[in-house]
Design a protein around this ligand. Structure first.
Ligand code: PLP
Length: 438
């Protein structure tokens, strides 16, 4: 399998190169040159993720040096579950898809751990890549830090906007030490992203530090997410005989793209509905066909505050032509007032506290026409644990939300952060300090 750029399809790369480069040389996103033919025989529902991943991902790894390590990568990366939980608060068949059982309690852990397991093998085969530079607005940085922490040969440098991530998120970004350095940038998330791009534009630096990225546009973070949707869809197929319909809390559209790819390779997936927050770029596009990216607005579901989602390029490439996308996907926009009401109401019905992103998903489900809700089995992705957002959820449900054990462990570790300004020089000085000798 070769991977082509969304912009210039003649720029093709092996999977290993697509993983190392992250972004194609023309600024496009890598996607499979042709989607694998739909598989006919899938493993039974309930197969552990680590065993399910090799048959689902084999065509995406075909002909690559990493193919022979796929089984080992899968077992290493998928070492925590993604259970489906029957949702009691409705008369229809609805399940919550719990994607928050990883070390940092959000679904980003799956992609980050898989990518880290791939990078570890690539380095062993002589590919460059020893300083992982990441700009984060919250969940990604913690997941990447957790995935690379203590891995010999890797150094992680995280940039986040000081004062603009939640206290729990900041703790998750700064509690690592050893080979992980967390830089609180005096600026916005856009400043952090600009610094990363400027660093990558310096060929000397890329060379000296073996600079690489673990941003969500990396195809190595999308592929493991296919396995999640395969797992839920096969479980629903075995239980109900029909396909699973998904509601997906969405921002940069990485999870959504993975679900669409999973449907293309023949997994039993029916409708896909994207739950966005007040950042309406995608719902507006599906409504009128005009692509109008815009600056993001801050919402309670901050991990979805994206006004110009990068993965839209991949979705447009998958369903090309005017209006094609809107026949394959639906999208809603859920405002903060509805997110708040949803957290309170779902807690009152079921005793489960959804995080703000998951609450946008549940609100989207409740807004579906009744005929749709009654048709088949719906699955709402629960993308993070509510304990990551105590200042939002606790006043709404009137009680303390206990962090899961793995999150509590992180919150018990001391924080170490370093402040830098938003200019490139300060970042360069940090990178030079201990270049590539973690
Ligand atoms: C990243 C994130 C999302 C959005 O996922 P995308 O793949 O960017 O669409 C939703 N919820 C949570 C908790 C996240 O961390």
């Amino acid at each position: 399998m070769k991977y082509a750029s969304t912009r210039d399809p003649s720029l093709a790369a092996s999977l290993s190169r697509a993983l190392t480069e992250g972004l194609a040389p023309d600024g496009g996103l890598y996607l499979p040159q042709s989607m694998p033919a739909p598989g006919a025989h899938w493993p039974p529902g309930g197969t552990p993720l680590g065993e399910l991943a090799p048959p689902v991902l084999a065509p995406f790894f075909a002909d690559d040096a990493l193919a022979r390590s796929l089984a080992a990568i899968s077992v290493e990366a998928f070492d925590f579950p993604a259970p489906l939980r029957a949702w009691q608060g409705v008369p229809e068949r609805l399940s919550l898809f719990e994607l928050f059982h990883g070390p940092t309690a959000a679904f980003k852990d799956f992609g980050a751990r898989f990518l880290a397991a791939c990078f570890a093998r690539l380095q062993a085969t002589g590919e460059p890549g020893c300083t992982v530079l990441v700009a984060t607005s919250g969940d990604t940085g913690g997941a990447v830090a957790a995935a690379f922490h203590g891995r010999p040969g890797f150094r992680v440098v995280l940039l986040y906007p000081e004062g603009r991530v939640s206290p729990v998120q900041e703790h998750q970004l700064c509690c690592w030490g050893s080979n992980v350095q967390s830089l609180a940038v005096r600026g916005s998330f856009d400043d952090c992203q600009r610094l990363v791009k400027q660093a990558f534009a310096r060929a000397d630096l890329r060379e000296a530090c073996g600079l690489t990225s673990a941003n969500s546009i990396n195809v190595g973070r999308l592929l493991p997410q296919l396995v999640l949707f395969a797992s839920a869809a096969l479980e629903v197929r075995d239980a109900d005989g029909g396909p699973a319909n998904f509601v997906i809390p969405s921002g940069n559209l990485g999870l959504a793209t993975a679900c669409c790819w999973a449907r293309e390779i023949g997994l039993p997936i029916g409708d896909i509905v994207l739950a966005h927050n007040a950042n309406r770029t995608v719902p507006d596009f599906l409504a009128d066909g005009r692509w109008r990216p815009r600056a993001s607005v801050a919402t309670l579901a901050s991990a979805m505050d994206v006004g110009d989602p990068s993965n839209m390029e991949r979705l447009m490439a998958l369903y090309p032509g005017p209006g094609a996308l809107s026949t394959r996907l639906r999208a809603t926009s859920i405002d903060d007032a509805t997110i708040r009401a949803s957290i309170g109401a779902e807690f009152a019905r079921t005793g489960f506290v959804p995080c703000p992103h998951t609450a946008a998903g549940l609100a989207t489900y409740r807004q579906l026409p009744e005929a749709d809700r009654r048709r088949g089995h719906w699955v709402v992705a629960a993308t993070a644990h509510a304990a990551k957002f105590p200042e939002i959820v606790e006043p709404l449900v009137g009680r303390h939300v206990e962090p899961p054990p793995q999150l509590a462990t992180l919150l018990g570790r001391p924080m170490r952060k370093q402040r830098i300004g938003a200019g490139l020089d300060e970042l360069l000085a940090v990178l030079a300090e201990a270049a590539c000798t973690p």
